[in-house]
Write a protein that binds this ligand. Structure first.
Ligand SMILES: CC(C)(COP(=O)(O)OP(=O)(O)OC[C@H]1O[C@@H](n2cnc3c(N)ncnc32)[C@H](O)[C@@H]1OP(=O)(O)O)[C@@H](O)C(=O)NCCC(=O)NCCS
Length: 165
C-alpha cells in the first residue's frame, strides 16, 4: 500500500513529461496510437504556450516515479465550465487511490480558478466500464449519451460534476 509521505503533487510541466505521459498513456492499454499522440500534443502545447494554452496539468509522484496525471482546463465560451481532458494512472499504481487523488486535485484547482462544473467524456463501450465506475465513484454523473458518436456502437458519454458538491 502507498504511504502518504511518499506522495507529492506537481503542477509544473517539464520537457521530460512528454515521455512520461506517452509511457503512462500507452501502458494503460486504453488508447489508440493517435490518441497517445494527442495526449503528448497537449504537453507540447503547454510547454510552448504556458498557461495561456488552456491546458493545465497535475502529476502525482510516488517517490521518484510519476504514478499518474490529469490534464484539465477551462472550456472556451463558458463562464465556469472546465474540461477534464485526460486522466491516467500507471497500471502499476492503479486501484491505490491515485486516480481519486488526481480528481480531488483537479477539483480544488478548478474551484480556486472560479470553475463551477467539470465535464469529462468517455466511451460507452464495455472496455470503459471501469472508467465509468471510477467517475461515478468520484461524484460525476452521466448527463448525456450520444449514440454512435465515436463509431457505430461506440457512444459518447458526457459526465459532469458540480465543483464542491
Ligand atoms: C480510470 C483510472 C484513472 C482510475 O485510476 P485509479 O488510481 O486506479 O483509481 P482509484 O484507485 O483512485 O479508484 C477510485 C475508485 O474508482 C473505482 N474504480 C477504479 N478503478 C476501477 C476498476 N478497474 N473497476 C471498477 N471500479 C474502479 C472504484 O470505486 C475505486 O474505489 P475502490 O478502489 O475503493 O473500490 C485508471 O484506471 C486508468 O488510468 N485507466 C485507464 C485510462 C482511462 O480510462 N482514463 C480515463 C479516460 S481519459
Amino acid at each position: 500500500m502507498l504511504k502518504l509521505h511518499q506522495i507529492t503533487l506537481r503542477d509544473e510541466v517539464f520537457v521530460s513529461d512528454r515521455e512520461v505521459v506517452r509511457s503512462i498513456v500507452e501502458r494503460t492499454g486504453f488508447f489508440r496510437p493517435d490518441e497517445v499522440g494527442i495526449a503528448v500534443e497537449l504537453v507540447d502545447e503547454r510547454l510552448s504556450r504556458g498557461a495561456t494554452s488552456g491546458y493545465h496539468f497535475v502529476f502525482v509522484e510516488v517517490g521518484n516515479a510519476v504514478a499518474g496525471y490529469a490534464c484539465y482546463g477551462p472550456i472556451a465560451c463558458t463562464s465556469a465550465s472546465y474540461d477534464l481532458y485526460w486522466i491516467a494512472v500507471d497500471p502499476r499504481f492503479q486501484r491505490q487511490g491515485i486516480g481519486r487523488l488526481l480528481n480531488e486535485a483537479v477539483e480544488s484547482r478548478v474551484a480556486a480558478g472560479g470553475g463551477e462544473r467539470i465535464y469529462v467524456d468517455t466511451s460507452g463501450r464495455p472496455q470503459y466500464a471501469p472508467t465509468r465506475a471510477f467517475y461515478e465513484h468520484g461524484g460525476f454523473r452521466c448527463e448525456a449519451r450520444l449514440a454512435d458518436f465515436y463509431a457505430a456502437g461506440d457512444d459518447r458519454m458526457i459526465y459532469v460534476k458540480a465543483v464542491g458538491r
